[in-house]
Write a protein of this length. Structure first.
Length: 353
């Protein structure tokens, strides 16, 4: 399998949230067209508390907008909102907040985790409210600054560091939430691309993923792209338009790797097969019609009416043989250069052996 492009993405950044303001540097658009898909998971590093409950209400992003203001934010909702105990999200366990949300391709500048008011920490069996500084009440901003390529799915993991995120504020007795979050992301999909020949026949390429169908039409050059395909091995089915004279074909065992294009090359559509029919008039005689197709003999016996049908014969020119049953004393009839037309039945008519 030819791999046209390999572009792995794996990054990690520590985000400290403070009350200071950053200078605004706004830019929108970077010339990248198309759409990408985002999934977001929440997990945690272990901490020395009984429980840490976080009230997650929304996840928002800024795409192609590097400003620090309130404009440009896009909600990824509805999300899997709820109150989560971060200390249950350790050891590789995470909760899916956003699943395959479609966003414009380009630069993903920031992710914002919006919290509600029901944030608490349990210490030695006692529940304490977690105070959220006013500058963070609109959401916890995480700078990302990574390019989203068209057609790919990205899975972001928001990893709290609980011990550093919960601060006991001296004599006041307040316990504040000042999150330290590690944001990591990786490709969660690949792309299957290929070309169908002949290109003037519109066709649909498709695969099945966990009971769902991912499909795409070919363009005027016969090219197709199946986007957002999870890593795995698939059979790609190509279905030509009805009435085109061509039939479907399957490319088996196509391997997809996250973050890569997998090129299946040029797929030649087979012509719709034809058939050959005829009727042997000899009363009470059983006969067999045969034709050589690509080095193999295809045969069909007559029924009680003397009719036979040779099916699945590719378009072309063939010699057809109709042989009587053994011991009948009759000779085999040969029909020379019989043309089979795609999608049609060539009838040899009545045959007397």
């Amino acid at each position: 399998m030819k791999i046209l492009k390999t572009s792995f993405l794996l990054f990690s950044a520590v985000i400290f949230f403070t009350l200071s303001n950053c200078s605004s540097d706004s830019s929108t658009g970077n010339g990248v067209e198309g759409t990408s898909f985002i999934s977001v998971r929440l997990s945690d590093e272990p901490g020395d508390f009984d429980n840490v409950f976080i009230d997650v209400q929304d996840v928002m992003v800024k795409v192609n907008d590097n400003s620090d203001g309130e404009s440009g934010w896009q909600s990824l909702g509805p999300i899997n909102a709820g109150v989560y105990d971060l200390l249950e999200l350790t050891g590789g366990i995470s909760v899916l907040l956003v699943d395959n949300f479609e966003v414009p391709s380009g630069m993903l500048n920031q992710i914002r985790l919006v919290l509600g008011n029901d944030n608490t920490v349990v210490i030695d069996g006692v529940t304490h409210d977690l105070q959220t500084p006013s500058a963070q009440q609109s959401g916890l901003k995480i700078k990302v600054n990574e390019t989203l390529d068209p057609g790919f799915t990205y899975e972001f993991l928001l990893d709290f560091t609980v011990d550093e995120s919960i601060v006991i504020a001296g004599d006041s007795g307040n316990i504040n939430l000042k999150p330290v979050i590690y944001a990591s992301a990786e490709y969660a999909s690949g792309i299957i691309e290929g070309m169908v020949s002949p290109s003037n026949i519109q066709a649909v390429a498709s695969i099945e993923v966990d009971g769902n169908i991912i499909s795409a039409y070919t363009d005027e050059e016969g090219v197709f792209n199946l986007n957002g395909v999870p890593q795995g091995t698939y059979d790609v089915t190509i279905n030509p338009a009805e009435g085109s004279g061509y039939t479907y074909t399957v490319v088996e065992g196509v391997e997809v790797i996250n973050g890569q294009y997998t090129d299946v090359g040029v797929i030649n559509l087979p012509l719709m097969p034809g058939s050959i029919a005829g009727t042997v008039l000899n009363e009470g005689l059983s006969a067999t019609a045969s034709v050589m197709v690509e080095g193999e003999m295809v045969s069909a016996s007559t029924d009680e009416l003397g009719t036979f049908l040779l099916e699945g014969i590719p378009a072309g020119i063939y010699n057809v043989y109709v042989a009587p049953e053994e011991g009948s004393g009759l000779e085999t009839s040969e029909f020379i250069e019989i043309e089979v037309i795609s999608g049609e039945t060539t009838n040899l008519g009545d045959i007397m052996l």
